[in-house]
Design a protein around this ligand. Sequence first.
Ligand code: AMP
Ligand code: MG
Length: 328
Amino acid sequence: MTLYSHEIEIARQASRQAAALCLAVQAEAEQGLGGMEKAGREPVTIADYGSQALILSHIAREFPSDAVFAEERGDEFDTVATDSQRERVCQHISQITGTEIATSSIKSWLDHGRGSASNRAWAIDPIDGTKGFLRRDQFAIAIALLIDGDPVVSALACPVFPVDPANPSGALGVIAYAVKGQGTVIESLSETNRRQLKVTTQAEPSAARIVESVESGHSDHDFSASVLKMAGVAGQPVRMDSQAKYAAVADGRAEIYIRHSQGEGYTEKIWDHAAGVLVVTEAGGKVTDLNGKPLDFSKGGRLSDNHGILATNGYLHDKLLDAIQKMK
Ligand code: AMP
Ligand code: MG
């Protein structure tokens, strides 16, 4: 048995089931996506709650004493969801697991492991890119295990990501997963054919392909445009929601993901990056903050002292960091 083989198997299974739940909610088009607004005016849907409860039911069963940092909260589920929305979450989970689920179980799964003290902590985003999910664009289900703040296991399901980069209008839905020191693998959601992920060796900025957030409220598009120009990057960024951007870099579909956080005092949440960072680094890429420092996942639910992120194939990293320094 290799190191973390049980953890990666559970993360993979959980992200696969969560992806199925999210797609089932999208398929019930006439009933809507169950969009609601939570604290901070952020959108949340019944699929966010269903996905998180499902993932945490696996973590609670398999790794009951691990700590958890996960985006959604049981008390918010009570206040922002209606009775019929809570009922729909139960139905979706029951359908996927094949067992009858009560609303009370959902609440306790949603809060499982929150505030626990352990050097093992799961960082979970049940739907990363909820805005993309609502627009039926890219979104991801992100699960990472941190040991003493170091990401060691990650599963990143991207249910509407093209399986074959050469055929973007073909089959959709992948899971990229990684274990520290063991590389990154991608498999399609519908089949189990797998392949190893590898970043490109492109070292020429003028030929680099870039991804960034769709939301200018999440990442400063003017900043990235200036950095890219300064670094001699000729192409325009492809805008994509969620950690699918990390999967794009890991799979050689892009060389650069740049993010300059927006909003006074906003600090990035660990579940928005932990899974994606391991997927990129195990595929041979590099991820740092905009000063070239490694991301610090050891300070709780937020990346402390961070204003942005640079993920690249490695070959272009220093050139981009130089350009960022010159902008200051
Ligand atoms: P993306 O799809 O790359 O835009 O990232 C989505 C994530 O951005 C969400 O999960 C939010 O947690 C996060 N987010 C929300 N507000 C901000 C902000 N002001 N700056 C950076 N990220 C944010
Ligand atoms: Mg997110």
